[in-house]
Design a protein around this ligand. Structure first.
Ligand code: PBG
Length: 326
């Protein structure tokens, strides 16, 4: 007979609490998203995300060198191009902004994990994630073809992982095929498999300057009310060859994270998105919450629900705290 006992005695000292803690977080599990733009010596603040900047390549390299020294080794790159057009050409230009950043970072931080966001919404004048038909709806198949081409160009520039965030059908398979054909079978695909049509992306639209000029993304992002559908999206992406799957946003979708964790055997990333960051920062700056404790609690909860790694704008701060704990 199992005697149920309150674990009170095991909570009495910090060392005892640490010993029986079921979930922990380490710097190895953090991925830091960054925004890169043309020019030199630029560090332009994103107003809705205090502490987050759009960087020119030279300054980004300096910044990430410091962050790397704290132990964060994985970076997710978003580009703000010098010009946008209706086919998003700078996304797949060898000299596009992300490709230039990748080359410089690969040289400065040869062992870093460079993850290239793979989507056209930052590069298209209409702000949608793909090519449009003459009726103004996203044209799936030609977009997928272009995504595969872009992945190869990103890999050639130094990406270790490509992260398709567009949500087109069949993209993971085509990207995988494209990479393999070009000799990049060692480059992984981290797919935004369960990506909800969320209002929590609000501040990102300022940071990445990618608000859609008309309509919204609901035809290709998931409905907030759906839970089982997430699993279907994840399984489809795995079937096409995804190596890592992303659930996004993170904190409002812990149920989804937990489901995915129980159903699949690949590593899972959770994306604590711009709106999650902005809310915590705003309350913290007002003195309404204990910012550090809320940040730590939120990432630990995301880990507890099932995330193997967390994409978070808090990565540099978390790394400093994790380092000072020892
Ligand atoms: C699309 C993309 C978005 C985010 C990451 N990739 C925004 C969108 O779908 O509108 C949002 C991330 C965040 O809010 O931090 N390329």
């Amino acid at each position: 007979m199992y005697l149920i006992q309150r674990p009170r005695r095991l909570r009495t000292t910090p060392n005892l609490r640490a010993m029986v803690r079921e979930t922990t977080i380490s710097v190895d599990q953090l991925i830091y998203p960054v925004f890169v733009k043309p020019g030199t010596n630029r560090q332009d603040p994103v107003h809705s995300m205090p502490g987050i900047f759009q960087w020119s390549v030279d300054r980004l390299v300096e910044h990430l060198t410091e962050v790397y020294a704290k132990g964060v080794k994985a970076f997710l790159l978003f580009g703000i191009p010098s010009h946008k057009d209706d086919v998003g050409s700078e996304a797949y230009d060898e000299n596009g902004i992300v490709q230039r950043a990748l080359r410089q970072l690969r040289t400065a931080l040869p062992e870093s994990i460079l993850i290239a966001d793979l989507c056209f919404c930052e590069y298209t004048s209409h702000g949608h994630c793909g090519l449009l038909t003459s009726e103004g709806v996203v044209d799936n198949d030609p977009t997928v073809e272009l995504l595969a081409r872009t992945a190869v160009i990103q890999a050639r520039a130094g990406a270790s992982i490509v992260a398709p965030s567009d949500m087109m059908d069949g993209r993971v398979g085509e990207i995988r095929k494209g990479l393999d054909r070009a000799g990049f079978s060692d480059i992984s695909v981290m797919s935004y498999a369960a990506k909800y049509a969320s209002a929590f992306y609000g501040p990102f639209r300022e940071a990445a300057e990618n608000a859609p000029a008309f309509g919204d993304r609901r035809s290709y992002q998931m409905d907030v009310g759906n839970r089982r559908e997430a699993l279907r999206e994840v399984l489809l992406d795995l079937d096409e060859g995804a190596d890592i799957v992303i659930v996004k946003p993170a904190l409002p979708y812990l149920d989804v994270l937990s489901d995915v964790k129980h159903q699949v055997l690949v590593p899972i990333a959770a994306y604590q998105v711009s709106g999650e960051y902005a809310m915590i920062k705003a309350a913290g700056l007002n003195g309404w919450i204990d910012e550090r404790r809320v940040i730590e609690e939120s990432v630990l909860s995301i880990r507890r629900a099932g995330a193997d790694m967390i994409i978070t704008y808090f990565a540099p701060e978390l790394a400093s705290w994790l380092n000072s704990d020892h």
